[in-house]
Every structure is written in structure tokens, then in C-alpha cells.
Ligand binder design. Structure first.
Ligand SMILES: [Zn+2]
Length: 251
């Protein structure tokens, strides 16, 4: 583990790829620690490789949890598009607990594209179209875990949009009425490929990287995400099991 941390101080895409290989370690705690390390390396490849290793780790909840935490922290919006469809696994026993963390990551990333699929998910739940936030619990398919997932989806919708509605119907009305304004006032977060620093700019404007303003530098910047409201200071997730915990001892 110490060796991985040392190497991670060298910032290069190749280093990220070398580190990410450990996401497939036979030791779940090594893979989970690797996922947390990648969350510190602000590069689109970190996010891409974390996403690519969801499938290979789909039987290891502790690794998945760490992957989702890091994807949320990194905040690259492309990851959100891959996380939302995981909601289809809600009846998969191995996924019930960890799915909430994936939805928390979706909320933290804040991609506006996630709103419609999250609302669609609510509609598919028992009583979801008309019921309030307790609707998912009473309809027979309920139980604690789906109630928690419902709560996570709710938090994600609030985090992405700033809205606070009760029923899915109200959410849809609200979203339809406010979407255009929210998008017009959105903030784009960029990353400079040279300095690895982030900067923000208003959506719909050209926002050259400030690291070389005299040159009107633009080729060094890449979009991380567009967010309609600022990310809440505190992560939305309630305290869960610590990432990397619960495994065996360090090899
Ligand atoms: Zn730059």
C-alpha cells in the first residue's frame, strides 16, 4: 500500500494506468485502497478506469463502495452516465447495499443528464408516480433497503437541481419549469491538462484556462462537468462502512 502511495505522487497518465491495475488485485482491500488512491489523482483516466473496473468487481461490495466514493469525489460527468443505469441492479442481492453509494456519487457529480433517468426510476417504483417519499416503502416491494435507495435518489435529485419536491409528479413539473433557467446559469468546471488545476466558468461562454491568459490558451483545458448549482459542501452520503474496511488484514 505504501508503495502505491509513493508512486501516486508522480503525476502522469501512465502512473495512473499502472496504479489502476491493482483494482483487479485478488485482495479486496488492496483493490479498495487503489480505488481511494485514484480518487486523489485528478485526471479523466482515473475516472474512466474506475468505471471500467465496476464490472470486474461486481462481487466485491467493499471495492465497489470505494470506486463509487472516488468517482463522486473526482466528479467527471461521463462517469454519471455509467452509474445511473446501475439502478437496474436494485434486486440483485449483492448490490442492494452498495447501490446507494453509487447514487450518492451521481448526486455529488451533479450531471443534469441524470435527472430524467432518476425521475423515470422513481416512476417505476411501486406507487412511485404519485406517492411521496414514503411511496416506495408501502407498495409491497418495500423493505428497508429500497427505502434507503429511494432516499438516495431523492438526495441526488436535490443535489443536482437544488429542487425539493415531494411526489414524482411535482418533481417533473418543477423540472420542466426550471430546467432552462438552471442550465442557463450553470457553471462548467474545467481541468488544465498542464497544471492539473481546476477552474470554473459560466456555461455557454468561452472560458480560456487562466494558467496562460496572455496566450489565450484553450487547448490545455478539458471539461470535467457542468453543474446547475454548486456542489453542497458536505457529501450527501450518510456515514457508511469505511472504504476498504471489513476485508482481511493487509497482505
Ligand atoms: Zn492550462
Amino acid at each position: 500500500m505504501a508503495a502505491i502511495k509513493e508512486v501516486a505522487k508522480v503525476r502522469h497518465e501512465k502512473v495512473i494506468r499502472a496504479i489502476a491495475a491493482h483494482l483487479r488485485s485478488n485482495f479486496a482491500d488492496v483493490a479498495a485502497s487503489t480505488a481511494i488512491q485514484l480518487g486523489e489523482l485528478d485526471h479523466p483516466v482515473s475516472s474512466e478506469l474506475l468505471v471500467a473496473n465496476i464490472g470486474p468487481n461486481d462481487k466485491r461490495a467493499v471495492v465497489l463502495g470505494a470506486i463509487f466514493t472516488s468517482l463522486g469525489k473526482l466528479g467527471y460527468e461521463a462517469a454519471s452516465d455509467r452509474l445511473v443505469p446501475l439502478l437496474d441492479k436494485q434486486n440483485d442481492d449483492g448490490w442492494k447495499k452498495v447501490l446507494e453509494e453509487s447514487v450518492n456519487a451521481v448526486g455529488r457529480i451533479g450531471n443534469p443528464r441524470a435527472v430524467d433517468p432518476l425521475l423515470e426510476w422513481r416512476k417505476r417504483q411501486p406507487g412511485g408516480g404519485w406517492g411521496g417519499r414514503w411511496g416506495g416503502g408501502g407498495g409491497g416491494g418495500g423493505g428497508n433497503q429500497s427505502g434507503r435507495l429511494w432516499g438516495a435518489v431523492d438526495r441526488a435529485l436535490k443535489s443536482i437541481t437544488g429542487g425539493d419536491e415531494e411526489t414524482t409528479n411535482d418533481w417533473e413539473k418543477w423540472w420542466k419549469a426550471n430546467r432552462a433557467d438552471l442550465m442557463a446559469n450553470a457553471t462548467v468546471t474545467y481541468r488544465c491538462k498542464v497544471t492539473w488545476e481546476r477552474y470554473d466558468g459560466p456555461a455557454g461562454k468561452r472560458n480560456p484556462c487562466p494558467h496562460a491568459p496572455d496566450k489565450g490558451h484553450t487547448s490545455c483545458s478539458q471539461v470535467i462537468r457542468t453543474r446547475m448549482i454548486p456542489e453542497p459542501d458536505a457529501p450527501a452520503a450518510p456515514p457508511g462502512p469505511p472504504p476498504g474496511g471489513g476485508g482481511g488484514g493487509n497482505p
